[in-house]
Design a binder for this molecule. Structure first.
Ligand SMILES: [Zn+2]
Length: 199
Protein backbone atom coordinates (compact mmCIF):
# COMPACT_ATOMS: atom_id res chain seq x y z
CA UNK A 1 0.00 0.00 0.00
CA UNK A 2 1.43 3.32 -1.05
CA UNK A 3 0.70 6.65 0.56
CA UNK A 4 -1.41 7.91 -2.31
CA UNK A 5 -3.59 4.78 -2.07
CA UNK A 6 -4.66 5.75 1.42
CA UNK A 7 -6.40 8.84 0.12
CA UNK A 8 -8.33 7.05 -2.61
CA UNK A 9 -11.95 6.20 -1.82
CA UNK A 10 -12.90 2.53 -1.91
CA UNK A 11 -14.84 1.40 -4.94
CA UNK A 12 -16.80 -1.47 -3.42
CA UNK A 13 -19.40 0.37 -1.34
CA UNK A 14 -20.37 2.71 -4.19
CA UNK A 15 -23.41 2.29 -6.44
CA UNK A 16 -22.37 0.74 -9.73
CA UNK A 17 -23.58 -0.56 -13.08
CA UNK A 18 -22.23 -3.95 -14.13
CA UNK A 19 -22.41 -5.02 -17.76
CA UNK A 20 -22.17 -8.68 -16.68
CA UNK A 21 -25.05 -8.40 -14.22
CA UNK A 22 -27.20 -6.49 -16.70
CA UNK A 23 -26.38 -8.98 -19.44
CA UNK A 24 -27.46 -11.81 -17.14
CA UNK A 25 -30.82 -10.05 -16.86
CA UNK A 26 -31.00 -10.06 -20.66
CA UNK A 27 -31.26 -6.29 -21.06
CA UNK A 28 -28.79 -6.09 -23.97
CA UNK A 29 -30.70 -8.53 -26.16
CA UNK A 30 -33.83 -6.60 -26.89
CA UNK A 31 -32.98 -3.05 -25.95
CA UNK A 32 -35.16 -2.87 -22.90
CA UNK A 33 -35.57 -0.19 -20.23
CA UNK A 34 -35.41 -0.69 -16.51
CA UNK A 35 -33.90 0.40 -13.22
CA UNK A 36 -30.90 -0.57 -11.13
CA UNK A 37 -31.16 0.05 -7.39
CA UNK A 38 -28.14 0.07 -5.12
CA UNK A 39 -27.69 1.06 -1.50
CA UNK A 40 -24.62 3.01 -0.50
CA UNK A 41 -23.92 4.79 2.77
CA UNK A 42 -27.48 3.99 3.88
CA UNK A 43 -28.94 5.83 0.91
CA UNK A 44 -30.81 4.19 -1.94
CA UNK A 45 -29.72 5.11 -5.46
CA UNK A 46 -32.12 4.39 -8.31
CA UNK A 47 -30.69 4.52 -11.81
CA UNK A 48 -33.06 4.33 -14.75
CA UNK A 49 -31.69 2.98 -17.98
CA UNK A 50 -32.73 2.52 -21.56
CA UNK A 51 -30.74 0.42 -24.04
CA UNK A 52 -30.46 1.56 -27.64
CA UNK A 53 -29.22 -1.04 -30.11
CA UNK A 54 -28.94 1.00 -33.31
CA UNK A 55 -25.78 1.89 -35.27
CA UNK A 56 -23.85 2.68 -32.09
CA UNK A 57 -25.30 0.63 -29.24
CA UNK A 58 -25.56 2.67 -26.09
CA UNK A 59 -27.20 2.83 -22.73
CA UNK A 60 -28.86 6.02 -21.58
CA UNK A 61 -28.95 6.40 -17.81
CA UNK A 62 -30.63 8.99 -15.64
CA UNK A 63 -30.59 9.26 -11.89
CA UNK A 64 -30.76 11.71 -9.04
CA UNK A 65 -27.44 12.23 -7.30
CA UNK A 66 -28.80 14.56 -4.63
CA UNK A 67 -29.43 17.74 -6.62
CA UNK A 68 -32.75 19.13 -7.85
CA UNK A 69 -32.47 17.93 -11.44
CA UNK A 70 -31.73 14.41 -12.65
CA UNK A 71 -28.35 13.69 -14.19
CA UNK A 72 -28.33 12.04 -17.60
CA UNK A 73 -25.43 10.14 -19.16
CA UNK A 74 -24.98 8.19 -22.37
CA UNK A 75 -22.75 5.13 -22.15
CA UNK A 76 -21.52 3.46 -25.34
CA UNK A 77 -21.72 -0.35 -25.35
CA UNK A 78 -19.12 -2.52 -27.04
CA UNK A 79 -18.94 -6.32 -27.44
CA UNK A 80 -16.18 -8.89 -27.27
CA UNK A 81 -16.42 -12.48 -28.51
CA UNK A 82 -16.50 -15.16 -25.81
CA UNK A 83 -14.39 -18.35 -25.87
CA UNK A 84 -17.45 -20.57 -25.79
CA UNK A 85 -19.49 -18.57 -28.23
CA UNK A 86 -21.67 -15.53 -27.78
CA UNK A 87 -20.70 -11.99 -26.97
CA UNK A 88 -19.86 -10.19 -23.80
CA UNK A 89 -20.99 -6.57 -23.50
CA UNK A 90 -18.73 -3.88 -22.03
CA UNK A 91 -19.15 -0.20 -21.27
CA UNK A 92 -16.93 2.47 -22.76
CA UNK A 93 -16.37 4.79 -19.82
CA UNK A 94 -18.11 8.14 -20.50
CA UNK A 95 -15.45 9.94 -18.43
CA UNK A 96 -15.94 12.79 -16.01
CA UNK A 97 -17.37 16.23 -16.81
CA UNK A 98 -17.33 15.66 -20.55
CA UNK A 99 -13.76 14.33 -20.76
CA UNK A 100 -14.38 11.14 -22.74
CA UNK A 101 -12.31 8.29 -21.29
CA UNK A 102 -13.30 5.38 -23.61
CA UNK A 103 -11.73 2.78 -21.32
CA UNK A 104 -13.48 -0.58 -21.88
CA UNK A 105 -14.84 -1.64 -18.49
CA UNK A 106 -17.33 -4.05 -16.97
CA UNK A 107 -18.25 -1.75 -14.10
CA UNK A 108 -19.01 1.94 -13.83
CA UNK A 109 -19.22 3.57 -10.41
CA UNK A 110 -21.44 6.42 -9.29
CA UNK A 111 -19.31 8.88 -7.40
CA UNK A 112 -19.32 12.70 -7.28
CA UNK A 113 -22.60 12.67 -9.17
CA UNK A 114 -21.39 10.80 -12.29
CA UNK A 115 -20.90 7.25 -13.52
CA UNK A 116 -17.32 6.58 -14.61
CA UNK A 117 -14.63 3.90 -14.40
CA UNK A 118 -12.44 3.22 -11.42
CA UNK A 119 -9.51 5.04 -12.97
CA UNK A 120 -11.48 8.22 -13.70
CA UNK A 121 -12.78 8.30 -10.14
CA UNK A 122 -9.35 7.43 -8.74
CA UNK A 123 -10.90 4.53 -6.88
CA UNK A 124 -9.11 1.57 -5.44
CA UNK A 125 -10.32 -1.94 -4.70
CA UNK A 126 -11.26 -2.79 -1.13
CA UNK A 127 -9.21 -5.97 -1.30
CA UNK A 128 -6.04 -4.02 -2.08
CA UNK A 129 -6.30 -1.88 1.01
CA UNK A 130 -8.37 -0.82 3.96
CA UNK A 131 -8.72 2.91 4.18
CA UNK A 132 -8.75 3.46 7.94
CA UNK A 133 -10.45 6.82 7.52
CA UNK A 134 -13.31 5.71 5.29
CA UNK A 135 -16.77 6.61 6.50
CA UNK A 136 -17.94 3.02 6.79
CA UNK A 137 -14.89 2.01 8.85
CA UNK A 138 -15.30 5.03 11.13
CA UNK A 139 -19.00 4.35 11.54
CA UNK A 140 -18.29 0.71 12.43
CA UNK A 141 -15.70 1.67 15.07
CA UNK A 142 -18.02 4.33 16.45
CA UNK A 143 -20.81 1.83 16.93
CA UNK A 144 -18.44 -0.77 18.44
CA UNK A 145 -17.14 1.80 20.93
CA UNK A 146 -20.69 2.78 21.84
CA UNK A 147 -21.58 -0.84 22.59
CA UNK A 148 -18.39 -1.36 24.61
CA UNK A 149 -19.01 1.84 26.63
CA UNK A 150 -22.64 0.85 27.27
CA UNK A 151 -21.55 -2.60 28.50
CA UNK A 152 -18.97 -1.06 30.84
CA UNK A 153 -21.56 1.43 32.12
CA UNK A 154 -23.96 -1.41 32.86
CA UNK A 155 -21.35 -3.06 35.09
CA UNK A 156 -20.00 0.11 36.69
CA UNK A 157 -20.52 -0.20 40.42
CA UNK A 158 -18.14 2.46 41.64
CA UNK A 159 -16.57 5.47 39.92
CA UNK A 160 -13.58 5.89 42.23
CA UNK A 161 -11.34 3.76 44.39
CA UNK A 162 -8.85 5.12 46.93
CA UNK A 163 -9.41 8.63 45.60
CA UNK A 164 -8.74 7.65 41.96
CA UNK A 165 -11.13 6.94 39.11
CA UNK A 166 -11.69 3.22 38.55
CA UNK A 167 -10.20 1.43 35.54
CA UNK A 168 -13.67 0.89 34.15
CA UNK A 169 -14.47 4.59 34.32
CA UNK A 170 -11.17 5.46 32.58
CA UNK A 171 -11.98 2.95 29.83
CA UNK A 172 -15.38 4.59 29.33
CA UNK A 173 -13.73 8.03 29.13
CA UNK A 174 -11.26 6.75 26.54
CA UNK A 175 -14.05 5.26 24.39
CA UNK A 176 -15.99 8.53 24.55
CA UNK A 177 -12.85 10.47 23.56
CA UNK A 178 -12.20 8.10 20.64
CA UNK A 179 -15.79 8.52 19.48
CA UNK A 180 -15.50 12.30 19.53
CA UNK A 181 -12.64 12.02 17.05
CA UNK A 182 -14.46 9.41 14.95
CA UNK A 183 -17.66 11.44 14.77
CA UNK A 184 -15.86 14.17 12.83
CA UNK A 185 -15.12 11.48 10.21
CA UNK A 186 -18.79 10.58 9.83
CA UNK A 187 -20.21 14.09 9.84
CA UNK A 188 -23.11 14.70 7.43
CA UNK A 189 -20.95 17.35 5.68
CA UNK A 190 -18.22 14.81 4.98
CA UNK A 191 -20.73 12.19 3.79
CA UNK A 192 -22.26 14.70 1.38
CA UNK A 193 -18.81 15.70 0.14
CA UNK A 194 -17.71 12.07 -0.37
CA UNK A 195 -20.88 11.33 -2.30
CA UNK A 196 -20.86 14.55 -4.31
CA UNK A 197 -24.30 15.49 -3.02
CA UNK A 198 -25.46 19.10 -3.22
CA UNK A 199 -28.05 19.05 -0.45
ZN1 LIG B 1 -12.91 6.31 -17.23
Amino acid sequence: MTRSDARKPESDPLPYLSSIELNRDGVFKNGVSGTVTSVSYFKEYVTHFSIWLYSEPCMKVWFNAGGEADTEQTIVITYSECHFGGYRPWFLCPGLRGHYCKQRVGKLYLYSGEYACRRCHNLTYKSRMRNPRSIITSLGSLMDNQTKAANLMAHLRTVSYAGLPTKKLLKIYKLIGDNEKLSTNVSPERMRKELGMKT
